[in-house]
Unconditional design. Structure first.
Length: 653
């Protein structure tokens, strides 16, 4: 960002609303403000204390080895079994009857798995993997819908020391093949299909196509979920044939703290996915600590639901590893939020009396679009903490979420992190922080994050620049699978000695952090840097707008000009089609942010292109705005969206 960015950014964020924690929550909070001081006094001692939440077979010799940066080793010499920590130790402590997952299938079928059930299932699956020839260090690709066999498979891998690579059930054969090849997976675990939008959606044909083209796979283990006919291959084995007949006992061996736990390819919002490698001890310590701290999770009484797909890092860390390490009771849901009706999620919250709920801004904006009357029909009074992740949350969406889902009383924790960081890095603490709508607030205790200018110097309060992490953290990625050089180049070369996350941020006058979107998306209009996030939030603050995405398109006069794609709210009526409405929105942005941020053009669209994890893919919109043919769409959740947008905009200019 240029010099001018500071001055532009400072007049853009006008948000003055503040939401202090409810008194009862503050009083009994798991983590208080002292944690910041404790961590600041001795960061490594702080993380060592957090790692004591886990059960170690062999204690570590050294908390952190940073002698060969940027290759970190945490809890060096320590040994543990991740699956034992997530499952067995709770059973051994007499909590085997506690529910680990209330699973809800989309058609309405349900399954309840206690910790004792989970232990038996994981052991059987671990024995089956061994029978199929999988050994410690091998890679296993998992391509499953949101069914209990997904966490069971992950834990079975962790138990025997195989490294899993979960691939979104929505990805194409080609996307699956490249991920299988990159990791050289020997086994693929899949299902005949899963339920989405009210009907079975097949998975097996995609696997057949991918595996036929991938050389490394010896066996495909298939779960029967929908009963759809599958084209049986010689390498196929059914889960119910192989897993069900195994012994439900398996003795877990300890693995090194740095043993590779999983590879996960980034969600592919910006370009070619990277195979992010996470290891065992540090990863589990930080996911467990952050789940305890950020959600104030009380395992005896809370019912926790993270609505993410496990194919995304949020699901790995906050449906599987963090909650299970803490002995939490979770809800897990297979399908889409509008099946069979648009109140399905609220119905689930009412049914299980969910107390802590974690979702993404994209979902919240969709619910705003559908209307306030839908959640109002359900009893959501059990909720006490709400979380957000995936994109900057627009202040209007934050306030809507708090008011309509949280009855105007629950804290909203906006959690910033990435596949690469493995766990939450920047977030309010629900019993400590007076929340500001749209701000991720402070780095968590033990996290050394800052905002720097383009020379790597920290910006003063009130300044904007690049978000960096200045010291290693336990759940950090260890490398990009098979490509150490790309790891160094991608994350550690822009600012020497610092991890650069790719995101822009601002520190306000109180020193609180506001995420401004990816620096690659920042628009340069007449010499001013303008963040996509701020213009989008200004648009969403208009009562007739549900969602907005903006991009900078080449412009002969201003260098770049702002082009906005807008989805109106359901209640907005027919007037949203005309030029009048576009003018109203352009003026609204100019009034909120200043004339420099006024969009050149507003396009009313029915949908926005998003990744499967719900993030807006601005580069595709930029192609539209600049009248180019549209780039790589393989990680799009719904590849027909770009056609819808193009049809809606004949002769777009
Ligand atoms: P790729 O790196 O392949 O382009 P991706 O960055 O979308 O994909 P993820 O690791 O799932 O893949 O997403 C992390 C990114 O999501 C962050 O870098 C940031 O841009 C955005 N993000 C996540 N949570 C927040 C948040 N609370 N506030 C603002 N941005 C967020
Ligand atoms: Mg990224």
């Amino acid at each position: 960002m240029s010099e001018k960015s500071h001055e532009t950014l400072s007049n853009l964020l006008q948000e003055k609303r503040r939401f202090p924690p409810p008194a009862d929550l503050a009083e009994s909070a798991n983590v208080t403000a002292e944690a910041y001081d404790a961590a600041a006094a001795d960061r490594l001692a702080f993380w060592a204390e957090q790692a004591e939440r886990l059960s170690w077979s062999k204690p570590w010799d050294e908390v952190l080895d940073w002698s060969n940066p940027p290759f970190a080793k945490w809890f060096v010499g320590g040994e543990l079994n991740v699956a034992y920590n997530c499952v067995d130790r709770h059973v051994e402590a007499g909590r085997g009857d506690r529910v680990a997952y209330h699973w809800e299938g989309e058609p309405g079928d349900t399954r309840t798995l206690t910790y004792a059930d989970l232990q038996r299932e994981v052991n059987k699956a671990a024995n089956a993997l061994l029978e199929l020839g999988v050994r410690k260090g091998d890679r296993v690709a998992i391509y499953l819908p949101m069914i209990p066999e997904l966490p069971i498979s992950m834990l079975a891998c962790a138990r025997i020391g195989a490294t899993h690579s979960v691939v979104f059930g929505g990805f194409s054969a080609e996307a699956l093949r490249t991920r299988i090849d990159d990791a050289q997976a020997r086994l693929v675990i899949t299902a005949d299909g899963g339920y989405r939008r009210g009907k079975p959606s097949a998975l097996k044909p995609t696997v057949d196509e991918a595996v036929a083209a991938a050389g490394s796979v010896e066996r495909v283990l298939v779960v029967r979920r929908t009963g759809a006919e599958v084209d049986a291959q010689e390498r196929d084995v059914w889960w119910h044939d192989v897993v069900d007949r195994q012994s439900d006992e398996h003795e877990a061996q300890p693995h090194d703290a740095e043993h590779p736990l999983y590879i996960l390819y980034t969600s592919g919002t910006t370009g070619k996915p990277k195979g992010i490698l996470h290891t065992s001890g540090g990863y589990l310590a930080q996911t467990a600590y952050t789940h305890h701290a950020v959600f104030d999770l009380k395992p005896e009484t809370d019912v926790y639901w993270c609505s993410a797909d496990i194919g995304w890092v949020t699901g790995h860390s906050y449906i599987v590893y963090g909650p299970l390490a803490n002995g939490a009771t979770s809800v897990m849901y297979e399908g889409t939020p509008d099946t069979p009706h648009q109140g399905r999620w609220w119905e689930i919250i009412a049914k299980y009396k969910v107390t802590v709920f974690y979702t993404a801004p994209t979902a919240i904006r969709t619910f705003m679009k559908w209307g306030d009357d839908i959640p109002a029909r359900f009893d959501l009074s059990s909720l006490r903490v709400l979380g957000s992740v995936g994109e900057p949350i627009n202040p209007e969406a934050y306030v809507w979420y708090r008011e309509n889902i949280g009855a105007g009383k629950t804290p909203v924790v906006d959690t910033w992190w990435q596949t690469e960081t493995g766990a939450i890095m920047i977030s309010p603490l629900p019993g400590v922080t007076a929340g500001k709508p749209g701000a991720a607030m402070r780095p968590l205790p033990g996290i050394d994050a800052d905002v720097v200018d383009d020379t790597g110097t920290p910006v003063p309060d009130g300044g904007g620049g690049f978000l960096v992490v200045k010291s290693p953290w336990p759940s950090m990625l260890r490398t990009i699978w098979g490509d150490d050089e790309r790891y160094v180049k991608t994350y550690w070369s822009r600012f020497p000695g610092m991890y650069f996350a790719g995101d822009g941020a601002k520190k306000d006058e109180d020193g609180d952090f506001w995420l401004l979107g990816r620096v690659d998306d920042v628009m340069l209009v007449s010499g001013h840097n303008i963040s996509t996030t701020e213009v989008e939030s200004a648009l969403v603050s208009h009562p007739k707008v549900a969602e907005a995405a903006v991009v900078g398109a080449t412009d002969p006069v201003t260098g770049q000009a702002i082009v906005a794609f807008v989805i109106p709210r359901g209640s907005a009526g027919a007037e949203v089609e005309g030029d009048e409405f576009a003018k109203e929105l352009r003026d609204h942005v100019a009034r909120s942010l200043g004339p420099i941020a006024k969009p050149r053009q507003i396009m009313i669209v029915p949908e926005l292109p998003k990744t499967r994890s719900g993030k807006i893919m601005r580069r595709l919109l930029k192609d539209v705005a600049e009248n180019r043919s549209i780039g790589d769409v393989t990680t799009l959740a719904d590849s027909t969206v770009m056609d819808l947008i193009s049809q809606k905009l004949p002769g777009t200019k």
